[in-house]
Write a protein that binds this ligand. Sequence first.
Ligand code: PGA
Length: 217
Amino acid sequence: MKYIVGNWKSNKTLEESSKWLEQFNKIYKQSNTSKVIVCPSFIHIPLMVNASFSLGLQNLSPFEQGAYTGEVAAEQLAGIVEYALIGHSERREYFQETDSQLKKKVAQARQFDIEPIYCVQSEKTPIPEGVQIIAYEPVEAIGTGNPEDPANCRSVFAKIVKRQPEIKTCLYGGSVKADNAAAFLQEPTIDGVLVGGASLDPVEFAKIVTYASQNQT
Ligand code: PGA
């Protein structure tokens, strides 16, 4: 079973997201050999609650519900989304998220049954307790068209899992496209891919999903 996670980042108007959904639904067929998770902006979530794929957040508050202007708490999304990206390098760089805040986000997610997909930038990135799914995303591979070598992912995953054996699922992200996804999805130690730019195009994203569905057992 391979995970295909789409990270839309801060993209798409409501009109664009409904067009995406319409086009993707024409191509996408659920399969028990792939798990599709789309992480849109918060505004798109109501449109997607009944979709046949899973939903994920790109961010969530480190706090419980309350007087935290501008934040969306895990409890508000409980039962609506199943996953949350936590620790993406863009959050660390542009919003100064620290390891201690990220630890609180993981705790909030887990308290409300939202599974964290914890983004690590290298084998040395600290990973909070309670994380079972990681996404290895070297900064130099994100949005550059220069993906990491799948063999390097294997060695990074081995080191992380040796250190933290509770990590069960290791994804790769960074410049994954329809024409290079196979190299990652064929690698037995890579449990799936986290796709940014290429997930914005429903046809390209569907190609990655279809490949994963047809080439796994
Ligand atoms: P990219 O982004 O696929 O556009 O490189 C991946 C990510 O940042 O999650």
